[in-house]
Design a protein around this ligand. Structure first.
Ligand code: FES
Length: 138
């Protein structure tokens, strides 16, 4: 009598594992789609005038931060912190800041200036066309 119960438990356990696997696969497939869309071509971020000289702007939806270290010189970086993957919060005092654990990155090169982040923010290509920022993720 204990045999059928054990078999049923095994089946239920395996079904739960299979469901968990499907959920995990759904998550990773979703982030894969984001990557595909990102690398398919330039992304229009809107007016370049939104990015202040000596500062920057975080585009959370696109996970991009654009800076303007000098007038007319735009730089774009991934907004995902290289420490633990938080999105950076903003640009203050010529530094891109991640408030999760305090990392700070330079607005000219994305280099780590402070905090636990191990690597610079990856750079993207950025251009201005008809007054709008066009960013191409590598
Ligand atoms: S995730 Fe940015 S400092 Fe930790």
């Amino acid at each position: 009598m204990t045999e059928p119960t054990a078999s049923r438990r095994t089946v239920l356990c395996c079904a739960a594992v299979a469901l968990a696997g499907a959920a995990a696969a759904g998550c990773s497939s979703s982030s894969g789609d984001d990557g595909k869309a990102a690398s398919s071509g330039p992304v229009d971020l809107g007016p370049a005038a939104d990015v202040p000289v000596g500062g920057g702007k975080v585009y959370r939806e696109q996970a991009v931060v654009v800076t303007q270290p000098a007038a007319g010189e735009y730089k774009a970086f991934s907004a995902k912190c290289t420490h633990a993957g938080c999105l950076v919060n903003g640009v203050v005092k010529e530094q891109i800041q991640c408030l999760c654990h305090g990392s700070r990155f330079g607005i000219s090169d994305g280099a780590v200036q402070d905090g636990p982040a191990p690597k610079p923010l990856p750079a993207y290509q950025v251009a201005v066309q008809n007054g709008n920022l066009q960013v191409t993720k590598g």
